[in-house]
Unconditional design. Structure first.
Length: 210
């Protein structure tokens, strides 16, 4: 085992910083083992330092390192990876959006859907929790363009989505979401969203928060 990986395993940020300055240390050793270890530990500071080194490849292991951050719900690290120029989010047959949807990591799903490299058709099937509504309301991958897929895998979301629109809430409104609770006070007809903790008077608009 390399000295760098040992320091990463111990979450020793100071030693990691010193070792990265050493010309004899290869931070990409053993298929970027140091980056994988830092990711599994959830140590965002070490991940950030490793990514600054041009030899480190976050897409190594066919994207497994990125997916590991998503699966472990290390959101800050996952966001670092998918926004990094050396990350290929299409590896493993669009694995990034698939795993983010499957594990309901909403922040990552939202950002990936804006990446033109992403094909989210397969991710619609596995989307869970809030990710289902993020997918449903999206301009490209949402119900408007992929209604059959959403109806096949998430008919209850399509039904609720149609109810939202039938109450005069525009598609553009749903797609961008409403965060401020006061914006929900004007709603009179409210569908029973199952995974929102908002009071009933806020649910309709709050449920499609993106």
């Amino acid at each position: 085992m390399s000295s760098l990986v040992e320091a990463v395993e111990q979450n020793d940020v100071v030693s990691v910083a010193k070792l990265l300055l050493c010309q004899t240390v290869d931070p990409s050793w053993n298929y970027n083992a140091a980056l994988l270890c830092a990711t599994m530990n959830g140590n965002a500071e070490i991940v950030k330092r490793l990514l600054k080194d041009p030899r480190v490849n976050p897409s190594d292991r066919n994207g497994f390192i990125t997916y590991e951050a998503i699966r472990r719900r290390h959101v800050d690290i996952g966001l670092m990876f998918i926004t990094h120029p050396r990350t290929d989010v299409t590896l493993d047959d669009q694995g990034a959006i698939y795993w983010a949807s499957d594990y309901n990591v909403a922040e990552v799903v939202r950002l990936l859907l804006e990446d033109p490299r992403v094909d989210a058709t397969k991710a619609i099937e596995c989307a869970t929790g809030k990710s289902r509504r993020i997918m449903a309301a999206h301009d490209i991958w949402g119900i408007r363009n992929h209604r059959a897929l959403h109806e096949k895998w998430h008919p209850e979301i399509v039904e609720e989505y149609d109810l939202v629109v039938s109450q005069g809430v525009t598609m553009a409104f749903v797609a961008r979401g409403i965060r401020a609770s006061e914006d929900a006070r004007n709603v009179s007809v409210l569908p029973p969203w199952s995974d929102t903790v908002e009071p009933m008077a806020k649910r309709l608009k709050a449920s499609f928060i993106l």
